[in-house]
Write a protein that binds this ligand. Structure first.
Ligand code: FMN
Length: 161
């Protein structure tokens, strides 16, 4: 397999946890996408703020990455589901030309209502990149032990190991 990066955004840690599992499974590099302006609330207001960002199709400015994307051919791209779709920081990454010519496997974390997140991600990925596969992680805090072997199997299948 070619050189692989796990690239993700996580607001509350679930997507980070899955990203770390993927990276350790195939010994890949890992990098977190960080918006310059992150929301500050962890309470109910996060749904208003974050949901509002999605509704208004905001594409936040991102902090520079600590990796050179040119070094990677294959990317595991992870996002939480926000308002039934891809989170705005990952949409920024996909729509601002940061990723092109890559093979991308997409994973998302949600509380149980992913709706068309996978379809939206696939369409965005396919504009400039090849879409490999997708994996949906529902309720990571409650289901991690059940999800873990499934994710490892998914990753190994993609990595062909
Ligand atoms: C702004 C916002 C919107 C959300 N919208 C959804 C949703 O539409 N469907 C869903 O199942 N979960 C939704 N969630 C829950 C998160 O997707 C879920 O808790 C996810 O695991 C969080 O990942 P993270 O810990 O990496 O941030 C939302 C969370 C936030 C903050």
């Amino acid at each position: 397999m070619t050189k692989t990066l796990v690239l993700y955004y996580s607001y509350e840690g679930s997507t980070r946890k899955i990203a770390e599992l993927i990276a350790s499974t195939i010994d890949a590099d890992i990098e977190e996408v960080k918006p310059i302006k992150e929301m500050k609330t962890k309470g109910f207001a996060k749904y208003m703020w974050g949901g509002g960002q999605v509704m208004m199709k905001k594409r936040p400015e991102l902090k520079p990455l600590n990796v050179n994307l040119d070094d990677y051919d294959t990317i595991f791209l992870g996002s939480p589901v926000w308002a039934f779709t891809v989170s705005p920081p990952i949409s920024s990454l996909l729509e601002k030309g940061c990723l092109n010519g890559k093979q991308i496997a997409f994973f998302h974390c949600c509380d149980g209502a992913p709706a068309k997140t996978e379809e939206h991600a696939k369409a965005a990925i396919e504009k400039e990149n090849s879409f490999l596969s997708a994996f949906s992680c529902i309720n990571v805090p409650g289901n991690y032990e059940e999800l873990k072997p499934q994710i490892i199997a998914w990753v190994k299948e993609i990595a062909n190991i």
